[in-house]
Design a protein around this ligand. Structure first.
Ligand code: SAH
Ligand code: SF4
Length: 391
């Protein structure tokens, strides 16, 4: 019997019990309404109170109830007695020579994840994590070598966006418009640690908070969710989140994709493409991004490029070629620049935009697929030391 391809992470509780006051960050509007009613806010006032608190937290970035000056003193005191507005702790912040910032973020239970901010001309993208580690074991991905510890809560996912805005000094001044154009943090990619579609509800709730027009207000087209191909959740992504979709494709035959992206053994290339063909949001203006990591001698031949063109037929698609980012002990090498360019040329001649992704933040191990928390590394090596010592 072959080993299971995935583990059932749905059995991991969405919210771990935390002592003390309840954190408001990550609650949907409905949950916030219920929470306010539960502390005595009359039902008739609930909608207005939700709006007020929501704007303080997500529009102005205020954490201290006392600074919520349009609320009565008594209500502020009630809020402070029952709730907090808390973000995960930033343990360290590294800045690359290219301006990329990597945050090591500590969440409840002492687990750690990484969040990466990538500045670009006139905009900037935050790469957000959705799980501690990943249950999938893509053979070219550093995160895949880390044992999954748990799913992030919605608050921990929104918290990554909020802590980056803190660091960038990007909460609006009084009276400022809420337009995301020209912001330092203008886009979000769910391309950090973890498989977002194995943590669907929390990712959905977090993105709805981020998209809410009364708060952080990033439109759905500024958010891209990347999946390794969790087919049953793909249609739901369009319906319940509505963001752009990227797929970690990486191979043009099932034999090779089985090796690189083992979830392919459960949902193979044909099944995945069928789901993508039906992705309701996919149009020529909202194409699906096919991510394709360039691995020397593994998936980078001209024949692969031609096969890829055939497979994409009928899907509004663009291809993002990702030069493989190395990590300690990785079993692959990056394809040569000439090979990557030749591959891109075949795709372009077939009419597909196929930009080659420039690795960012490599010097701080912040590039795609390099994320893996230092604590996990430390834990592993301590375990290894213990094993070697026969403990
Ligand atoms: N789990 C999701 C999202 C995170 S990975 C997914 O797999 O789609 C973000 C992208 O980086 C994916 O396309 C992933 O396949 C790719 N990637 C992983 N390891 C990489 C590496 N070492 N070099 C380049 N890209 C890598
Ligand atoms: Fe998980 Fe994505 Fe890495 Fe695969 S590529 S192991 S799905 S994070």
């Amino acid at each position: 019997m072959s080993a299971p391809v995935t583990q059932d992470v749905h059995t991991i509780p969405r919210r771990l019990p935390e002592g003390g006051a309840t954190n408001l960050v990550g609650m949907t509007r409905d949950a916030l309404r219920e929470a306010l009613i539960a502390i005595g806010v009359p039902g008739k006032q609930a909608k207005m109170r939700v709006n007020q608190v929501w704007q303080w937290v997500y529009h102005w970035g205020v954490r201290d109830f006392d600074a919520m000056t349009n609320l009565s003193k008594g209500f502020r005191a009630d809020l402070a007695r029952h709730f907090t507005v808390a973000l995960p702790e930033v343990v360290s912040r590294q800045v690359s020579t290219d301006g990329t910032r990597k945050y090591l973020v500590r969440i409840a239970g002492g687990h750690e994840v990484e969040t990466v901010y990538i500045p670009e001309e006139g905009r900037g993208t935050l790469c957000v994590s959705s799980q501690v580690g990943c249950t999938l074991t893509c053979s070219f991905c550093h995160t895949g070598t880390q044992r999954l510890v748990r799913n992030l809560t919605a608050g921990e996912i929104v918290g990554q966006v909020m802590l980056a805005r803190d660091d960038l000094g990007e909460w609006p001044e009084k009276g400022a418009a809420n337009d995301p154009t020209g912001r330092l943090l203008s886009n979000i990619v769910l391309m950090g640690m973890g498989e977002p579609l194995y943590n669907f509800e929390n990712v959905r709730d977090a993105m709805r908070i981020v998209m809410d027009g009364e708060g952080i207000a990033l439109g759905r087209r500024r958010i891209t969710l990347s999946t390794s191909g969790v087919v049953p959740e793909i249609a739901r992504t369009a319906e319940e989140i509505g963001c752009l979709l990227a797929v970690s494709f990486h191979a043009t035959t099932d034999a090779v994709r089985d090796q690189l992206v083992p979830i392919n053994k459960r949902w193979n290339i044909d099944t995945l493409l069928d789901a993508l063909r039906e992705y309701p949001k996919a149009t020529n203006s909202e194409r699906i991004t096919f991510e394709y990591v360039m691995l020397d001698g593994v998936n980078d031949s001209d024949a692969d490029a031609h096969r890829l063109v055939e497979l994409l037929d009928g899907i509004p698609a663009k291809v993002n070629l990702i030069p493989f980012n190395e990590w300690p002990g990785a079993p692959y090498r990056r394809s040569s620049n000439n090979r990557i360019r030749a591959f891109a040329t075949i795709l372009m001649q077939a009419g597909y935009a196929s930009p080659i992704r420039t690795p960012r933040g490599e010097d701080i191990m912040a590039a795609c697929g390099q994320l893996k928390s230092a604590t996990e590394r430390a834990r592993r090596s301590r375990a290894q030391i213990a094993a070697e010592a026969g403990l």
